[in-house]
Design a protein around this ligand. Structure first.
Ligand code: WTA
Length: 648
C-alpha cells in the first residue's frame, strides 16, 4: 500500500457525519422562507377546476388550504390518466386470500368508479352526505371511496376488525346515510360476516337509510326490502360516466376515526385540496415512484396509511400498486415473498409488526424467493427496533435497498418525518425516522414548551400548519382545540415522545399519552376500560401495556371484581369476549390480572404511570403520593406469577 493511501485511511472519519443533499436542503429552505409559494408549486402539480385565491388561511388552530380553489379527488386520481398512455396501465393488481388474482387498469377503475358514483346518486346521495365503508380488502373498497369523492360525499372508512358496536358508534357520530359493505370478508381463512355485523350496527344507527352489499361469495344474507341493495345487481343499468363535482378545496374529503385519551374515538376530518397536495408531494419525496415501478403498501384501507399510500398517493402519480387481501402469515408465512417475486414489486411499504412476525420464521422462506426486484423498503406505524430493521435491510432488501422509516399520524394526512430518496437520501440509522420533510417545522419541547437540547427526551410538536394537516374533529371543535393545540399554544401536539441525536436526527420513543400501539393499531386505554366496565362482574379496571416482541405492545388488564366474586378462567374469557364485543378483535387483551385494588392517589385517581411501570416491568419510581402502597405489590405479584406460568 502506498504512503498516500495509508494517510487517507488514517484520516477517514470513524463516526458517521451527516451532510444533507443540496436538493433536500434547498427545498427545506424554500419551504421555510416562502411557504406559500412552496406549497403552491406542489399544488400546481394537480389539476384544479379553479385556481385558489389564497394558499393558506391560518386562524389558529384552523388552517384552510388553497381557499377559493375547486378540485375533485377522483378526477385527479383517474381522469387525468385516461387521456394519456397510462390509460391501459395497470392501477391495481389484487390478490385474494384464496389465490385469486385480478388486475384493473386505470381505464377499468375509471369506468367502475363512474358507475358506482351513478349508483350512489341513484340512491339519493348528494354532495356533503356521509357514506361509510365497511369492506374487506377487495378492489371495490377503492372503487366505493373514489366514487364518493367524485360526487362530493364525505366518506368514512371503518376497519373491518371493528365490532358492530364500534361501527354503530361511528355511524351515529357522523350521521351516515349509506353504508357500503360486502356479504363476507376473509381473514386468516376465517369468514367475516360483514353484512350481518352491519345489520346489527344499524339497529342502533337510525341515520342509515341504505346499505349497498358487494357480493363477494354469494353467501345467503338477509336483505331488507327498501333498505338493502346488491352492488352487482344495481350497477347493471347505470351509465359509465358521471361528471365530477367541482368541490371547494376545503370540502371534507373523509372522516377517519382514531383512538384518543377518552372512551370516544375522534373523527379526524380531512379537507380535499390540501390533503391531495400533501399526498402527492410526500408520495414523491419518500417513495420516488417511477413509471415502471410496482409499488406495494400492505396497509389495510381501514387505516390512514391505506387512505394516503394505497389509494391517493399512488393513483395521483399513476403508479401500479399491488393489494393483498390477507395478513402477512396467511395462508403461509412466505405468501408475501411469493407476491413480491410474482409481481416484481420494487417499492415495498409495511409495518414493524409485520416484519417481526415474518422474521420469526427465519431466513429460509424469503431466501427461497427472488426478491431482486425490490429497490426501496419502508416502515410505518410504530418505532422499529434495530434488529428488525437490520433483518429487513439484509434479508429482504439484500443490502441493496434503503429503508424509509416514516413517522406520521391519522391527523397529519401524510408522512412528516422520513428519509427522502427523491430529495437526496441522508445516511440511515436503524430506528430513526431521520429528518422532517420540507415544510415540516418539527421541534421537541419540554412541559413548558421550550425546545430541549439534543439528546434530551421531550414532546414532539409541529410549529406550522402543512397542507396534509386535518381540518378538525367531526363536529367537535372543542376537543380538537383541547387535544392538539392547548398543551403547547401555537404548536400542533403529536402526543409522541421523541429525542434528537447529535446529527439532529429524530428518534420516536412512543406515545406520551394514554394511547397504545398494538400491532400498529392505535387503541386508547380508556376506551378499553370503558368496554370492560360494561361487564357485570367488574368494579374497576386499569388497562396498560407491556412490550411485546412481535406486536410492539400487548394489552394488560388489571381488574377489580365486584364484592363476592372470585377470579376464574371463565371470568377472564368473559372479559375478553366483552372487549371483542364492544371494540372488536383488534383490542383483545393479552393478559388479565384480578387484583383487590388499583394503585391510586389520595384523591382517588388511578396512578397510570405506576400501572404502566408494573405492567412493563420497569422501575416504579416515586410512589409517595400513593394512597395504598400494598396495591402496587399486589399488581407486581400478579404480573410475576403470570410470567412464571408462561415461562414454566
Ligand atoms: C406511531 C399511522 C415510530 C406514533 C400512520 C404516532 C410511529 C402513531 C411511526 C400514529 C414511526 C407512526 N416510528 N412511531 N415511523 N409511525 N408511529 O394515527 O406513536 O395510526 O403518533 O397513524 O403511530 O398512529 P396512526
Amino acid at each position: 500500500m502506498s504512503r498516500e493511501s495509508e494517510d487517507v485511511l488514517r484520516s477517514l472519519p470513524t463516526e458517521s457525519r451527516f451532510y444533507p443533499s443540496y436538493r433536500y436542503s434547498s427545498q427545506v429552505a424554500a419551504a421555510h422562507s416562502s411557504p406559500d409559494s412552496f406549497w403552491s408549486s406542489q399544488a400546481r402539480k394537480l389539476e384544479w377546476f379553479r385556481n385558489w385565491d389564497k394558499v393558506l388561511e391560518w386562524e389558529e388552530p384552523y388552517a384552510r388550504w388553497f381557499v377559493g380553489g375547486t378540485i375533485n379527488a377522483s378526477f385527479n386520481a383517474l381522469d387525468r390518466h385516461i387521456h394519456t398512455s397510462r390509460r391501459n396501465k395497470v392501477a391495481y393488481i389484487w390478490e385474494g386470500e384464496n389465490g385469486e388474482v385480478r388486475s384493473l387498469t386505470f381505464q377499468d377503475l375509471f369506468r367502475e368508479v363512474n358507475k358506482f358514483a351513478n349508483l350512489l346518486v341513484a340512491q339519493g346521495i348528494v354532495r356533503g352526505d356521509r357514506i361509510a365503508i365497511y369492506m374487506p380488502m377487495v378492489p371495490e373498497f377503492i372503487i366505493a371511496i373514489l366514487a364518493a369523492t367524485r360526487i362530493g360525499a364525505t366518506f368514512s372508512v371503518i376497519f373491518s376488525g371493528f365490532s358492530a358496536m364500534a361501527l354503530a358508534g361511528r355511524l351515529n357520530d357522523s350521521k351516515t346515510k349509506l353504508v357500503v359493505t360486502a356479504d363476507v370478508g376473509h381473514r386468516r381463512g376465517k369468514v367475516l360476516k360483514l353484512k350481518e355485523i352491519v345489520d346489527e350496527a344499524v339497529t342502533s344507527a337510525p341515520s342509515v337509510e341504505r346499505i349497498v352489499v358487494y357480493r363477494r361469495e354469494g353467501k345467503d344474507v338477509d336483505m331488507k326490502e327498501g333498505r338493502d341493495i346488491w352492488w352487482q345487481d344495481s350497477i347493471k343499468d347505470v351509465k359509465t360516466y358521471l361528471a365530477p363535482e367541482h368541490l371547494d378545496s376545503t370540502h371534507p374529503l373523509f372522516i377517519l376515526y382514531t383512538s384518543g385519551t377518552t372512551g370516544k374515538p375522534k373523527g379526524a376530518v380531512h379537507g380535499t385540496g390540501g390533503y391531495l397536495t400533501y399526498a402527492y408531494a410526500t408520495q414523491k419525496w419518500v417513495f420516488d415512484g417511477r413509471e415502471d415501478d410496482v409499488y406495494w403498501c400492505t396497509a389495510d384501507i381501514g387505516w390512514i396509511t391505506g387512505h394516503t399510500y394505497v389509494i391517493f398517493g399512488p393513483l395521483l402519480h399513476g403508479l401500479t400498486s399491488v393489494i393483498f387481501e390477507g395478513t402477512p402469515d396467511y395462508p403461509t408465512p412466505e405468501k408475501w415473498w411469493e407476491i413480491i417475486e410474482r409481481h416484481k414489486v420494487s417499492i415495498f411499504y409495511t409495518t414493524p409488526t409485520a416484519i417481526r412476525s415474518l422474521m420469526r420464521h427465519g431466513n429460509d422462506l424469503p431466501n427461497k424467493h427472488d426478491l431482486g426486484s425490490l429497490r426501496l423498503l419502508g416502515t410505518v406505524g410504530e418505532p422499529i427496533n434495530p434488529a428488525a430493521w437490520e433483518w429487513y435491510y439484509d434479508i429482504i432488501g439484500g443490502t441493496r435497498c434503503p429503508i424509509v422509516d416514516t413517522f406520521w399520524q391519522t391527523e397529519t394526512g401524510g408522512i412528516l418525518i422520513s428519509p427522502s430518496p427523491n430529495l437526496g437520501l441522508v445516511p440511515l440509522k436503524p430506528g430513526s425516522a431521520t429528518l422532517p420533510l420540507p415544510g415540516i417545522e418539527a421541534d421537541i419541547v419540554d412541559e413548558n414548551g421550550s425546545s430541549v437540547p439534543l439528546g434530551v427526551r421531550g414532546f414532539l410538536v409541529i410549529k406550522r400548519p402543512w397542507p396534509g394537516m386535518f381540518a378538525n374533529l367531526y363536529e367537535d371543535p372543542e376537543r380538537y382545540k383541547e387535544v392538539y393545540w392547548t398543551k403547547f399554544p401555537g404548536s400542533y401536539y403529536t402526543g409522541d415522545y421523541a429525542v434528537r441525536d447529535k446529527d439532529g436526527y429524530f428518534w420516536l420513543l412512543g406515545r406520551a399519552d394514554e394511547v397504545l400501539k398494538v400491532s400498529g393499531h392505535r387503541l386508547g386505554t380508556i376506551e378499553i376500560e370503558d368496554a370492560l366496565m360494561g361487564h357485570s362482574s367488574i368494579a374497576e379496571a386499569a388497562v396498560s401495556s407491556r412490550p411485546d416482541p412481535i406486536k410492539g405492545e400487548g394489552i394488560i388488564i388489571f381488574a377489580v371484581l365486584k364484592r363476592g366474586l372470585s377470579p376464574s378462567q371463565d371470568l377472564k374469557d368473559g372479559l375478553k369476549q366483552q372487549v371483542r364485543k364492544v371494540l372488536g378483535p383488534i383490542a383483545t387483551p393479552d393478559e388479565i390480572h384480578f387484583v383487590s385494588a388499583l394503585p391510586k392517589t389520595r384523591s382517588g385517581k388511578i396512578m397510570r404511570r405506576v400501572v404502566k411501570a408494573v405492567a412493563s416491568g420497569a422501575s416504579i419510581g416515586d410512589v409517595t403520593t400513593l394512597e395504598d402502597e400494598a396495591s402496587v405489590e399486589e399488581l407486581k405479584k400478579a404480573v410475576e406469577e403470570f410470567s412464571k406460568t408462561v415461562s414454566g
